[in-house]
Design a binder for this molecule. Sequence first.
Ligand code: F6R
Length: 608
Amino acid sequence: MCGIFAYTGKNSKNAGEVLLDGLSSLEYRGYDSAGMFLPESGVVKSTGAVSHLRRKMPAGYFGKSGIAHIRWATHGEPTEQNAHPHKDCTGDIWLVHNGIIENHKELREKLSKLGHTFISTTDTEVLTHLIEEHLKKEKDFEQATLAALREVKGTYGIAVEYVAEPDKIIAARMGSPVVLGLGEHERFVASDASPILKHTSQVVFLEDGEIAVVTPDRHEIFKLDGAKVDRLAEKIDWNVEAAQRGGYQHFMLKEIMEGPEVVKNTLRGRLLEKEGLAKLGGLESVADEIKKAQRMVIVGCGTAYYAGLTGEYMLEEHAGIPVEVELGSEFRYRHPVLNPETILLAISQSGETADTLEAIREGKRRGALTLGIVNTVGSTIARETDAGIHNHAGPEIGVASTKALVSQLTALALLTMFLGRQRSMSIETGQEIARELLLLPEKVQTILDGRGKIEKLAKKYVKSRDFLYIGRKYNYPIAFEGALKLKEISYIHAEGCGAGEMKHGPLAMIDEHFPTMAIAPSDSVYEKVVSNIEEIKARKGPVIALATEGNDEIKDLADDVMYVPKTLEILSPILTIVPLQLFAYYFAREKGYNVDRPRNLAKSVTVE
Ligand code: F6R
């Protein structure tokens, strides 16, 4: 999740300072490098935080307009060369971009043949050359940008400068947010309102497929087909932090609400629906070794470990490879038996968790092929593994991991297709999983739209001091994760349990004050979970069932029911986890805790 910021003004302000200051409030979106361009003073870029960029700004760096960017790498390493703004061959067109250009390879090839020279390895750079190419024919900056955008597939929030018209910024949006700020003889363009609020509360939100032509006193909005759009400005009264949270009370809620987008971003460009295949560019270099592998060991900690456990069910059932799952903290002290036919897969949002990293290092020493499912590009685990899949989930700020898990489960489903189709999975099964994966964003959205009911349930149960979470098969790990979410932010005792294990001990805890969350989607183990619910009801334990839409019979059994849409059994955890995240969120919020910063916990555990 990169951030863009642009400024054009007719006053004494230095655009360089305005942009630098604005970039600091966009740093929460994640950063590995930053840069800016002022037509009057040129470009400056640096790796690392915005403070590094400040140190590199030459004395007298001044201008009335400019564009700036904070990068969180997706395509291309986090280097100065790959930092934005990017320029065309002439050095007259400069551009910053948040999003992913999906057809960048084809466009790069086409433009290279026409004689364009590329400096970076980013997907973004094709945009500058494409505008340059169209400018040769159109002779008009706006028309050239419009024509270029019509050729692009993917997502973008962009701001473009053309040195021949230095007070003009062109902005456009497709899938990545763009907001315009309207000040007195000054205009702003940004990925969210946080860098704008200091200057003005009057904003206009662009919608997908819109382009804005912005000068200090005017802004005009058009559709990509050139039709003019009239949109009134809105006044927003958020403070900077609220703007960073997109108006949500907490980052955790914002991140849960990003679920549909996160699934889309994890899948983007990776599914060949007709062939029933997953195309994972990050694994291409080791595809043969993966094919030969006899066994897989997955390592992770906390939520990432539960993702791994779910992956075990997916991979064994549909890819036919034996899988074991290990806690990073245990793996390093055992004597794991690994060899070159073993894949050691690390799952980590931050890519910096010390125990998971050490497991990877140990695996390397023992000759295993090391892979990663990592959200943070350029992180140590991403760098040290032989190959891997990036989540593209955007930075996660809430300490409790939510959207990263949704993405990890989606990536594991892709990995299952990748391995499965190399082995025993039929094309029909591959196609079926691919089709259903593409429907998931909408299904996650349905759950999110019904969050009011989950909020009410959380309020109803908020006095409970204990909670049991039960599930079976694919939803066995989800029971543990549901319990982890609740305990880590609401500080009550919550326990996960395989539903079939209840009568081997945990059932003894049940009485009328000890509620159970029973994950019971309509799948191959549904009847079994129902009998486990009956055992609990017979001991007067309150039960909230998490069931599949359309299942009315469960209402007679459970005290309360939350529903998820129907999906394939292998994909059900991607849906069932969402109401559990929402339940934990509302429960902790009702208790009045700081949901984003639970006591005693850190976002990234870089020590043992
Ligand atoms: C729980 C949580 C932690 C992390 C764990 C691993 O909500 O956030 O359990 O999942 O510390 O972190 P990463 O994925 O960064 O390796």
